[in-house]
Design a protein around this ligand. Structure first.
Ligand code: SAM
Length: 355
């Protein structure tokens, strides 16, 4: 084997060395938690406000024992997110951009959501994979089949969860709302629209568009506070259960953003059929979300998501490759089926039109 063959054999799908990647990933769960703890202690925001700080200055701010702070700072420095020079700490450019602020799009909210909801569940992965059920859901009281429904019993955690989802959406949604396909939409039905973050962005970009956000009642209340109040008369709510209830009539387009991927092929076909029935001739359907590569070897964000669905959220679903969505759209009867791939964070937009 020559040198370039060895390099190819040892390269990960993303191109770096498999060995380096292995060494990082076996330590990553600990480092992820160290970074999340630094967020919770306000270390990144403090360094952002101060520009830089000594160990003693950070300790005065966070009030934790010096030895524990020493251990934590060493761990976070290994990630490169904090930089230490001559005993003085500062944020790296990435930490400053992603973790230092409390703005709605801050990665700090995403980390806390993943820490509270996703990663505790992953300790059940082997049992979930063996049994084919989302075994980690038993940690959440209730008998509803999905995490989304059970979270409505725990408003604080539901709010952390949707804040994380909203922040991620804000980080990734700009290219979606700029798509020219939305410029002709007059009334959009946003199925599983969550707290209305995507609808709010679409509404701000397309002032002529009316949007109906369909989500479960407790999440609709989050949307009322967060989005409806800002776009009075342009964004309305339709609280309900999209498995039990019909889709409201009158929209010329239906958006499924980060929704279909939660479910099985059979359930997805059911939801696409409901969209088809609710739309007039010429109406459009948009499926926006994560897509693994067609050969199902690439997509680390998509991988995490698929595992989370199967261990905790629904016990099925994955970040299906775009070609699966195209097949399902055609099966239901949509034409002009196609996908815009390569959107940020492994996202794609699959579309169809009712003949
Ligand atoms: C992953 S979130 C996506 C939120 C938003 N569309 C976005 O892109 O950020 C999935 C949403 O589907 C909603 N959902 C799940 N099952 C539902 C059901 N049976 N009926 C109505 N909404 C549901 C959840 O409450 C949640 O807000």
């Amino acid at each position: 084997m020559n040198a370039s063959e060895i390099h190819l054999k040892n390269a990960s799908p993303e191109g770096d060395s498999v060995l380096d990647r292995f060494h990082f990933l076996v330590n990553a769960p600990a480092l992820f938690n160290a970074v999340a703890t630094a967020v919770e202690l306000g270390i990144f925001s403090h360094l952002s406000a101060q520009g830089s700080a000594t160990f003693e200055q950070i300790r005065e701010h966070v009030s934790i024992p010096p030895h524990q702070l020493r251990v934590l700072m060493q761990a976070v420095c290994t990630t490169g997110l904090l930089v230490r020079r001559d005993g003085v700490y500062e944020n790296s450019a990435v930490a400053e951009d992603l973790l230092a602020s409390d703005d709605d799009d801050s990665w700090s909210h995403i980390l806390l959501g993943w820490k509270e909801v996703y990663y505790p569940a992953f300790s059940r992965m082997t049992s979930a994979m063996r049994s084919g059920t989302n075994t980690a859901l038993s940690d959440y009281p209730g008998d509803e089949p999905t995490l989304y429904q059970r979270l409505s019993r725990n408003p604080d955690l539901e709010s952390v969860f949707h804040r994380a989802m909203s922040a991620f959406t804000l980080r990734s949604v700009d290219e979606l709302v700029e798509r020219p396909e939305f410029s002709s939409v007059r009334h959009l039905l946003d199925i599983g629209g969550g707290d209305g973050t995507t609808s709010g962005k679409l509404s701000a970009r397309h002032p002529e568009m009316k949007i109906t956000v369909f989500d479960i009642p407790s999440v609709s209340e989050l949307a009322r506070d967060k989005t409806v109040s800002r776009f009075e008369g342009r964004v309305e709510l339709h609280p309900g259960d999209f498995f039990q209830d019909e889709f409201p009539r009158g929209a010329d387009s239906v958006l499924f953003s980060h929704v279909l991927e939660i479910f099985s092929a059979e359930q997805i076909l059911g939801q696409l059929k409901k969209a088809y029935d609710a739309l007039p001739s010429g109406g459009k359907v948009f499926i926006y979300g994560y897509n693994v590569s067609d050969d199902e070897t690439r997509g680390i964000f998509s991988a995490r998501l698929g595992l989370y669905f199967n261990v905790l959220a629904s016990g099925q679903g994955m970040a299906y490759p775009a070609k699966d969505y195209e097949t399902w759209l055609s099966q239901v009867g949509f034409d002009e089926v196609h996908t815009v791939s390569g959107l940020p964070y492994e996202h794609g937009l699959s579309m169809g039109r009712k003949p």
